[in-house]
Design a binder for this molecule. Structure first.
Ligand code: GLV
Ligand code: MN
Ligand code: MN
Length: 420
């Protein structure tokens, strides 16, 4: 068997596709930065899907769309009985997203396929390139919804019934509206042989350490809660402080309280209020109601539970003190995930063999790979994010790091899919 260790991707071709997809649903910042607003199942998402599927067809791949809108393109292998080595990620973005988050994992997969095709290299296992619906969770919760249904972790009917946080639209209706309620059954009939996801780190660690490739060991646990705090709307001038039942004050106290919680717990514990809406939101009215979200994450399940307990007790204490009611609803809850040791080793040794500096690290962000890890050996390849920024239109990764990550993905996929 000939070795294909010398094989490298065409970094410029990959960059050009990233640029082109980044033009779909583009938003511009004050300094001219280009970001993306391609919320799941929006018109921009449809346009992005159409573009990527066009590229998949250009590569001669067969594309299937499943019942939750996940797209999977396949390059056949030489062994009809071998399961597919799958690579992929998502192409939806948050409303203020960049053009690397998710896109890189999908377009990196296409670059792997094109490199193999151009060099006439076949593999025993088929290679599948997937984009999963609503990874971000910015419009529909939970996040990673498409890959969760794909692996059988959520019933299809429940997923189709999810309502959008912004306009209340039903996920199933939006899928049909954009023409992506596909005919392929979901969950998938068979688990992949292995799954790999190339992704930007979205945090500052690799850049800070001066390291090119992160071999991702797992994903931290995620806990998302929506709070509806109801008090008594009243006149801001006439109502003495001692007689108020102010949900706005309680929202602020929860926000500072979870910051204190995270600071006291230390380690990987993080805590964020990302959404907070006052109603009626007027200068001289004590609000009637506040709707807010709390995002808690930790790499250790026991610690995440502890954080959830402290947070719940804080809500109860504040509700009693201020005389408001707090309804709590879980929007997403995923335990920490550890990737397969063999796949992590493969990423690490491949990066070293290619001459890239590398380190092992957990992922702070959620990823489709954490869902695929439930059904097949999985790992991820991280590349540095400039200034650690992501979920921000200023998100950027240097072209040489994009190319390095794609080269690692190429060699990892080749090793798993077995040339021949
Ligand atoms: C999903 O991208 C998340 O980590 O919030
Ligand atoms: Mn992502
Ligand atoms: Mn994201």
């Amino acid at each position: 068997m000939t070795s294909h260790h010398h094989l490298r991707v065409d970094g410029q071709r990959l960059w050009a596709r990233l640029e082109a997809l980044g033009e779909v649903g583009a938003v511009r910042g004050q300094n001219g930065e280009r970001g993306n607003a391609r919320l799941a199942l929006s018109d921009a998402d449809r346009e992005g899907r159409d573009l990527v599927i066009g590229w998949m067809h250009d590569l001669g791949m067969e594309v299937s769309i499943d019942a939750v809108g996940n797209g999977v393109a396949v390059r056949p292998g030489t062994d009809p009985s071998a399961g597919a080595v799958m690579v992929g990620s998502h192409i939806d973005t948050v409303r203020t997203g960049g053009w690397f988050d998710g896109n890189l994992g999908v377009l990196g997969g296409l670059e792997v396929v094109e490199t193999l095709a151009q060099n006439g290299i076949s593999t025993k296992h088929p290679i599948a390139v997937a984009f999963f619906t609503n990874e971000e969770g910015a419009r529909f919760q939970p996040d990673m919804l498409g890959s969760l249904v794909y692996v059988g972790g959520m019933a299809l009917e429940d997923a189709l019934d999810v309502r959008a946080a912004d306009d209340g639209a039903r996920l199933g209706d939006e899928l049909t509206r954009i023409g992506y309620a596909g005919p392929t059954p979901c969950p998938a009939a068979a688990a992949p042989h292995a799954f790999f996801e190339l992704h930007i780190e979205q945090g500052p660690v690799l850049e800070d350490e001066g390291i090119t490739i992160g071999a991702v060991t797992g994903v931290q646990g995620i806990s998302w809660t929506e709070l509806i705090i109801t008090g008594q709307s009243a006149h801001a001038g006439t109502t003495p402080m001692r007689l108020r039942r102010d949900p706005g004050y309680v929202a602020a106290a929860i926000n500072t309280g979870i910051r204190a919680l995270a600071r006291e717990m230390g380690g990987t514990q993080v805590a964020t209020v990302g959404r907070c809406e006052y109603s009626p939101n007027l200068v001289n009215v004590v609000p009637a109601k506040v709707t807010m979200t709390v995002d808690l994450r930790n790499t250790e399940e026991a610690l995440l539970r502890q954080a959830e307990e402290v947070f719940a007790a804080l809500c109860e204490q504040l509700a009693a003190e201020e005389g408001v009611t707090i309804e709590r609803r879980t929007l997403a809850r995923f335990e920490p995930v550890e990737f397969a040791a063999e796949q992590i080793d493969l990423v690490e040794t491949t990066a070293k063999r290619l001459g890239y500096s590398t380190m092992r690290m957990p992922s702070g962000a959620g990823h489709d790979a954490q869902m695929l890890a439930r059904v097949c050996p999985t790992s991820m390849v991280f590349v540095p994010s400039v200034n650690g920024l992501s979920h921000n239109i200023a998100e950027f990764t240097h072209p040489e790091h994009i190319t390095a990550g794609a080269n690692v993905l190429l060699q990892v996929v080749l090793a798993a899919a077995a040339p021949g």
